[in-house]
Design a protein around this ligand. Structure first.
Ligand SMILES: NC(=O)c1ccc[n+]([C@@H]2O[C@H](COP(=O)([O-])OP(=O)(O)OC[C@H]3O[C@@H](n4cnc5c(N)ncnc54)[C@H](OP(=O)(O)O)[C@@H]3O)[C@@H](O)[C@H]2O)c1
Length: 266
């Protein structure tokens, strides 16, 4: 019997017992926090990262918290590895009910006038192409079962170029990811598969700590531009991902939800 059996009906709608979730980039940052939230709600987890070491560390952490999780290694900046990951997950023969396409990032701060074609393509592959590949592969299996949840981790930069950073392939890729979310949601809504996006504002993850270390005053400057006056805490994305992944979010599809402490209000 589920440990959640005694919950009131509204909380039971968040119960993921019996569901299996793949979270790409689930070994650190926002991905790990979303994995933790789904795992606490009873989901069996598959987390994928580019480095076996960080995947293993995340698995140890999750197992110590009593969460069921397996790991996979793949460099999802390479579309061929995204194809191989999707095929490997299907070959396991156990359904993936929930897919969180979380891998992404900016990685470069190069002005457009200096950006090479290779740099442009690399950021599109990292933020967009692999999400398409996994959505196609694992989404097709969800359609056959007539139940599925896909959550794409986009960015407030899907809607807004920002001022302090360059490397506009990131904004472009995230905008395309948000539109891909809406278009696929429309196609798959009649077949029981929801597709939504979360558009985070600035969160204090490893990726941003690297920028903070390189740019004196950046941490304070960004906080001052957010109406709430602070960066997001990675664990603050977990409950929203759980809502979208569960029966609680059954009527929501094609939505791109901003989670930014009010950043785009100013
Ligand atoms: N943090 C923010 O403020 C913010 C704001 C808006 C949007 N986002 C978006 O949120 C997502 C997560 O960001 P984050 O800040 O949590 O990132 P992060 O701290 O850098 O974590 C990245 C995760 O992705 C994995 N990963 C990175 N490159 C990979 C690759 N090529 N192949 C497979 N796995 C890879 C990492 O695993 P390994 O350690 O094994 O590489 C790690 O688990 C991204 O899509 C980002 O664009 C973040």
């Amino acid at each position: 019997m589920s440990v959640h059996a005694s919950l009131p009906p509204v909380l039971k709608a968040f119960d993921l017992t019996g569901r299996r979730a793949l979270i790409t980039g689930g070994s650190r940052g926002l991905g790990l926090e979303m994995a933790r939230a789904l795992g606490q709600a009873g989901a069996q987890l598959l987390i994928a990262g580019s480095q076996q070491l960080s995947v293993d560390e995340a698995l140890s952490t999750l197992h110590a918290e009593g969460i069921e999780a397996e790991g996979l290694q793949a460099d999802l900046s390479q579309p061929a590895q995204a194809e191989a990951l999707g095929a490997a997950v299907l070959a396991q023969g156990r359904p993936v009910d929930i897919l969180i396409n979380n891998v992404g990032g900016r990685r470069i701060n190069t002005p457009t006038e200096e950006l090479s074609l290779e740099q442009w393509q690399a950021i599109l592959d990292l933020n967009l192409t692999q999400a398409f590949v996994l959505t196609r592969t694992l989404g097709a299996a969800m359609l056959a079962r007539r139940w599925g949840r896909i959550i794409n981790i986009s960015s407030i930069h899907a809607q807004w170029p920002g001022r302090s950073m360059r490397g506009r392939s990131y904004e472009t890729a995230k905008a395309a990811l948000s539109m891909f979310t809406k278009a696929v949601a429309a196609d798959w809504a009649p077949q029981g598969v929801t597709v939504n996006a979360i558009e985070p504002g600035p969160f204090l993850t490893d990726a941003n700590r690297r920028w903070i270390a390189q740019k004196p005053g950046f941490e304070e400057q960004v906080a001052a531009e957010i109406p709430m006056g602070r960066w997001g805490r990675p664990q603050e994305i977990g409950p929203l991902a759980l809502y979208l992944a569960s029966e609680a979010g059954a009527f929501m599809t094609g939505s791109c939800l901003r989670l930014d402490g009010g950043r785009l209000l100013w």
